[in-house]
Design a protein around this ligand. Structure first.
Ligand code: ATP
Ligand code: MG
Length: 300
């Protein structure tokens, strides 16, 4: 039964040193051929996520940070929308990070995302993140100028140093009870082209089309290399990457849902236990409520 299979496990990277992007086929569907089966499994997954999220919230100890990175049109937004569709909106916080503002550029590069980290009991979602600092900025090093770093700090090692700082930041978070999980939705260049063309052809998708996205596509190889290097340097047991095949949206969503479930299940979430004193309080409250009922009946 697809419902019970762990569709995410094959794509989990916990030791970056051995990772190679070409080992993941964007068209992979984990052996599933049938979209309907996937839809059914996703439905079950969404329900399971809702249960787990309620416990996360009630226990109020752990926070979970889900980072989504991908090339344009890989399906980040749809994956976030579908996977989180069943959870209580009050327990989830989504932040999207675009090109940094003047205020953001006036700070160190982790500043803007650090302000958006999830509180205990919550799931935080970053739609793009501090990883852009070793992706788009690496592909367009001219963006570094806008960051106004002291010149002598900008060396050839800057990307390596940034990855090191990101890994240290994530280790720090994990030691503070924030479980960090990163997703790279891995779409192929051919499928991206199909999706861009659909955005041009279908009026209800026109709004998604951006000429800038087509320009970025011209740097495909540089982006893939930057992603591979970033994943190699920052995939750890405490803050794993999931490199999820993204040519079939129905599979991407299923695998992402499963990865989030695995993450939450690993936290051993439990509803807070009621102690003796609280139990006494419950008994008193019950007596009060029942007394109210009796008094009401007499009045009538
Ligand atoms: P959509 O799928 O709706 O287009 P998006 O995530 O692509 O969503 P955009 O509004 O297009 O959102 O803006 C994101 C853009 O901002 C991307 O091109 C990204 O590379 C860029 N960006 C994000 N962070 C940085 C950064 N630190 N420096 C420079 N550019 C950045
Ligand atoms: Mg965009």
């Amino acid at each position: 039964m697809p419902r019970d299979r762990d569709f995410a496990a094959p794509y989990r990277v916990t030791d970056g040193r051995r990772f190679r992007l070409r080992d993941v086929d964007p068209g992979d569907t984990g052996g599933l051929k049938n979209k309907d089966k996937a839809r059914e499994a996703l439905k079950a997954g969404v329900a399971r996520l809702a249960e787990l999220q309620e416990k996360l919230y009630a226990q109020d100890r752990w926070a979970v940070l889900l980072v989504f990175q991908a090339m344009d049109a890989a399906g980040k937004d749809g994956a976030i929308e579908h996977v989180m569709s069943g959870v209580n909106p009050q327990g989830v916080q989504v932040f999207s990070f675009q090109a940094p503002s003047a205020e953001e550029l006036d700070h160190d590069f982790l500043w803007r995302t650090a302000r958006c980290l999830p509180e205990r009991g919550r799931i935080g979602i970053f739609n793009r993140s501090y990883y852009e600092e070793v992706l788009v900025v690496r592909v367009h090093p001219e963006f570094l100028k806008g960051q106004r770093l002291p010149e002598k700090l900008v060396t050839k090692r800057i990307w390596e140093e940034r990855c090191e700082d990101i890994a240290a930041h994530e280790r720090y978070l994990s030691r503070n009870g924030v479980r960090v999980v990163k997703f790279f939705l891995h779409v192929s260049k051919e499928e991206q082209k199909r999706r861009f063309l659909a955005r041009l052809d279908e009026p209800e998708k026109n709004w998604k089309f951006s000429a800038g996205d087509v320009r970025e596509r011209g740097h495909w190889g540089d982006y893939q290399a930057a992603y591979e290097d970033a994943i190699r340097r920052t995939a750890t047991k405490d803050a794993p990457w999931y490199v999820i095949p993204a040519d079939n949206k129905w599979f991407t969503r299923l695998a992402v849902a499963r990865a989030v479930i695995d993450t939450l299940e690993d936290l051993d979430l439990r509803f807070p236990e009621v102690d003796e004193k609280q139990r006494q309080g419950f008994a008193e409250a019950r007596a009060l409520l029942e007394g109210e009922e009796r008094a009401g009946r007499k009045k009538r």
